[in-house]
Design a protein around this ligand. Structure first.
Ligand code: ADP
Ligand code: MG
Length: 240
């Protein structure tokens, strides 16, 4: 579903990603972790072309991200993205947030998009809030709306960048529960998170990123049994 092949990226003269390679298969849940500033967000953003990169290749469900003929709307419809800071449209209701891209980008009929939107809001437990504005919702609820909004494009992959890091602790669980359910339904997911409980329970694989390199790529079982490299082990000891 996602192939990273020797990806390199610099900001100015500063090399942020240094030869990253990995393959994520259909239905796999991959957690990306590593120290702050190691390049995790940059890596995720390169996958749906929110950041350009200068070396190597990324292929998303057969679409070469850097190819001049790739359609960015089609690529981003395939790979839904959820950010740490929700990024909801504050002037739109919850339902309109969820309906916006399917209407404007995919040009699907309003009736169908509305039915889909309500179904998605019900799935994240927020149907009763459909007509409210984001400001009326808690952080955890807003992040669940952001997940529903990404799902509204009917993506085949979901990318998460620290989706619970901006939340008060009591709201982390409700967002992780929605993500866990998505994983059980077979969604292919790549998720930057420091929630090691989630990683242990839900992830198939862990990519450990340090200084722009994927220094470990191992099964979740091996990672938590301490069978990855020493840097991953030191990181795990520091967060658990
Ligand atoms: P992480 O998500 O692992 O914390 P990032 O991908 O956000 O790491 O950042 C990796 C490195 O790139 C950091 O050193 C950061 O300061 C730098 N960086 C990130 N975004 C930019 C940018 N837009 N311009 C310049 N440097 C950046
Ligand atoms: Mg980050």
């Amino acid at each position: 579903m996602i192939v990273l092949d020797n990806v390199t990226k610099s900001y100015g003269g500063f090399r942020v990603l240094n030869g990253c390679s990995a393959t994520i298969r259909q239905g796999e849940v991959v957690v990306v972790c590593g120290p702050s500033g190691s390049g995790k967000s940059t890596l995720i953003k390169c996958i749906n072309a929110l950041e350009p990169f200068e070396g190597g290749q990324i292929t998303v469900d057969g679409m070469a991200v850097r190819s001049p003929d790739v359609s960015l709307p089609a690529l981003r419809a395939k790979a839904g993205m959820v950010f740490q800071s929700f990024e909801l449209f504050s002037h739109l209701t919850i339902l309109d947030n969820v309906m916006l891209a399917p209407r404007l980008v995919q040009k699907r009929p309003a009736r169908m998009v509305r039915d889909d939107g309500m179904r998605l809001l019900a799935r994240v437990g927020l149907a009763q809030h459909a007509m409210k504005y984001p400001i009326a919702l808690s952080g955890g609820q807003q992040q669940r709306v952001a997940i529903a909004r990404a799902l509204a494009m009917r993506p085949s992959i979901m990318l998460f960048d620290e989706p619970t890091s901006a939340l008060d602790p009591e709201m982390v669980g409700e967002v992780l529960a929605v993500m866990g359910e998505l994983a059980r339904e077979g969604m292919t997911m790549m998720c930057v998170t420091h929630e090691m409980g989630f990683a242990r329970q839900v992830a198939d694989r862990i990519l450990f990123v340090d200084r722009g390199e994927i220094v470990d790529d191992c099964s979740s079982v091996d990672f938590f049994a301490g069978r990855c490299g020493p840097r991953a082990q030191a990181f795990l000891n520091s967060v658990c």
